[in-house]
Write a protein that binds this ligand. Structure first.
Ligand SMILES: [Zn+2]
Length: 307
């Protein structure tokens, strides 16, 4: 993969760091297209869910009904990302979330970060969730996540992309708006993967989301998904490609390949101590509830043990 490719092929069209909310009156929902007073707009929707870190990126164009659907997706996103949120001390709306594992037939493992960034881990009877290498000061923890629906995670992230989409382009994504807010899935053609980079040195102070658009939908004999969203918080960068627009469907030709250009998030990190970079691809296609374990390795300075 050549990291220059991304910048040759995509340019940023919207970002949470300079987002201007141009909602008119009456307010209209970007997703269900209903206006007030048919639907209410009492909630204050955040473009970037607060579970990724407190932020003020709010907007008006999401009605309370759609907002409550998206809240459900976000609770699945929170489960999926909780190991990162806890380990990085990411303070959401109220506090840094605790990690509680599934019970399975063992018991619960709990990980807590306090305000000073100290971590407490309670393994109860589950010592096999946890391996420690004192000599190298490295710890491996197996996070047995509570169940979640991968499709909801994709939709929670795609929702951020649609929220950032400038109004004139929204008309190419009406089917996507409809698809995101609908629960009984599902017939939209999309690339169901999240591409995740974990940085070792860099940590973002607050979460952000950038939306990029392909400069050309066809390059040589390849087609490019029109929109890609890059979401960053703590030391995590997640990229997804939004479902294809109606413009893309028009040019689509089965004889061409799809060109997937990954965002070079590792360029933000300290590359001097690294010989390779890793981008993990996670399949979010399943609309079934799944249980998943995630092993995370991290280094530590001091440890106190109470066994
Ligand atoms: Zn709505």
């Amino acid at each position: 993969m050549n990291s220059l490719d991304f910048w040759e092929k995509y340019s940023m069209i919207s970002t949470s760091s300079s987002f201007a909310d141009n909602a008119g009156k009456p307010k209209k929902c970007k997703f269900c297209k209903n206006q007030e007073p048919k639907v209410s707009f009492k909630n204050i929707p955040h473009i970037i869910p607060e579970l990724l870190g407190s932020n003020n990126v709010i907007y008006q164009s999401e009605c309370d009904t759609c907002n409550s659907t998206f809240s459900k997706y976000e609770s699945h996103l929170a489960v999926f990302l909780r190991p990162y949120l806890t380990l990085n001390n990411v303070k959401g709306k109220k506090r840094v979330p605790k990690f509680h594992s599934r019970k399975d037939n063992k018991g619960t493992t709990e990980v807590i970060s306090n305000e000073e960034g100290k971590r407490e881990m309670h393994f109860n009877q589950n010592l096999d969730d946890f391996q420690i290498d004192e000599e190298n000061k490295v710890m491996h923890v197996n996070f047995r996540k509570t169940p979640f629906k991968p499709r909801y995670i994709y939709k929670a992230i795609a929702r951020i992309g649609i929220s950032l989409l400038p109004e004139p382009q929204l008309s190419f994504y009406n089917h996507v708006c409809e698809w995101i807010k609908t629960n009984n899935d599902d017939l939209t053609n999309f690339l169901p993967h999240a591409f995740i980079t974990i940085m070792t040195r860099k940590k973002f102070k607050s979460p952000f989301a950038n939306l990029y658009k392909a400069k050309d939908l066809v390059v040589d004999n390849e087609e490019l998904p029109d929109l890609t969203l890059v979401l960053g918080f703590a030391n995590v960068v997640i990229q997804i490609f939004l479902p294809y627009s109606t413009e893309f469907d028009k040019i689509h030709n089965d004889n061409r390949n799809l060109s997937i250009n990954l965002f070079p998030a590792f360029a933000w990190d300290d590359l001097q101590n690294k010989s390779s970079v890793k981008i993990t691809s996670i399949d979010l296609s399943s609309n079934e509830t799944i249980s998943q374990d995630q092993k995370i390795r991290f280094s530590f300075q001091d440890i106190e043990k109470n066994i």
